[in-house]
Design a protein. Structure first.
Length: 369
């Protein structure tokens, strides 16, 4: 790439003077032996552009030598030109330094050897080469940019895959990284696991995304990120505040069972949430006098189906209860309502639970003993 820049710069330097229009006055710096034999130079000074190598008109029949670049000097500028005005505004030390620099550059140019050929600085071919070199460098820069952008895309796709499998990678790391009897942490199995993961999962994923060509280049970066994710301690899950004494749609399901049992105890019933002693299809077993009620409690975000009805119906027979009910914060599906009617199971909202037990207490079969 650096070589391309150098070629482009050199050609632009050659083509640049072809665009210049500065006029110079030519001076013959060599006279052939014919001049010494009586020939006379009769041609007047001719103004040439920097790229024009027209032969100097000569009165004698000899071939004039090629004009050296150092034989060209700028035409004298008027005293009132912008350059003279700018020079006059400079302080004395700066003006002296500028004049010294001008003399030094002039001496270097005078010391250059004569060129054995004429540079076609005004030739369109040189300009074409300059434009071609510039286009070549531009294309190289564009390709480099596209490769860099594709590489970044490959790394990003790989990181997304690692993040999507973060939980599994952390579990595998815990299983494979251990300390031996001497207290040294052993990573051998984990290193083999990473290699297998990159060859199977990562390569397949990058190929599907069109980044297979960048797999080897992106591997070191992705391996470092894999270790970072696998050894990161996942944040503890947010603990939901749940109180069995206060209903909340976000409360723990077991607390919902305890909440329903508490509503029955407030009505004077002995109620136990079976999550503490076993289920058998009943979440709450409540008794008072000669009557026992079995509840199936469902804290749902969707409608309750047939399963709850079937479970509480079976639990009623198991516990020998007279009444069975499903209590939920959610509505019930039509099939659940039909099955409940057939099996004489009550479908309740938890706000209806206390009114339900009052009706039970008023039934003819209810006795307090």
């Amino acid at each position: 790439m650096k070589a391309g820049y150098s070629v482009c710069a050199a050609l632009l330097l050659l083509a640049g003077p072809a665009q210049a229009t500065t006029s110079f006055q030519s001076h013959a710096f060599a006279v052939s032996s014919a001049l010494r034999s009586g020939g006379a130079f009769t041609g007047p000074p001719v103004a040439h552009s920097l790229g024009a190598h027209a032969p100097i008109p000569c009165g004698a029949p000899f071939a004039c030598s090629m004009v050296h670049l150092s034989a060209y000097k700028p035409l004298p500028q008027p005293e009132n030109s912008a350059t003279a005005a700018l020079e006059n505004t400079l302080p004395e030390p700066a003006r002296t330094a500028l004049q010294s620099l001008t003399q030094t550059v002039g001496g270097v140019l005078q010391g250059l050897p004569a060129l054995p050929f004429a540079l076609p600085l005004h030739n369109g071919f040189v300009v074409f080469l300059a434009w071609g070199a510039g286009l070549y460098v531009a294309l190289k820069l564009l390709l480099a940019y596209r490769r860099r952008r594709a590489f970044k895309g490959a790394v990003q796709a790989g990181k997304q895959l690692i993040l999507s499998l973060a939980d599994r990678l952390q579990i595998r790391r815990k299983q494979l990284v251990f300390q031996n009897a001497y207290g040294t942490t052993i990573y051998d199995k984990w290193e083999r696991e990473k290699t297998a993961f990159m060859q199977r999962e990562m390569l397949t994923h990058l190929s599907e995304q069109g980044y297979e060509a960048y797999f080897e280049r992106a591997t070191p970066t992705l391996l470092a990120y894999l270790d970072q994710v696998a050894f990161d301690t996942p944040p503890a899950p947010e603990q939901k505040l749940s109180n069995p004494d206060v209903y909340s749609p976000d409360m723990d399901p077991f607390d919902y069972e305890r909440y329903c049992a508490r509503l029955l105890r407030q009505m004077g019933w002995e109620a136990i949430a079976t999550s503490e002693c076993g289920d058998q299809g009943a979440d709450v077993v409540a008794s008072r006098g000669n009557t026992r009620i079995i509840l199936q409690c469902k804290l749902y975000t969707k409608a309750v189906g047939n399963d709850a009805v079937q479970q509480v119906s079976a639990a009623r027979q198991h516990y020998g209860a007279r009444f069975a009910a499903v209590v939920s914060n959610a509505p019930y599906t039509i099939p659940a309502q039909q099955l409940a009617k057939t099996n004489k199971v009550f479908l309740l909202h938890h706000d209806e639970l206390q009114r339900f037990v009052r009706r039970v207490e008023k039934s003819p079969t209810f006795r307090l003993r």
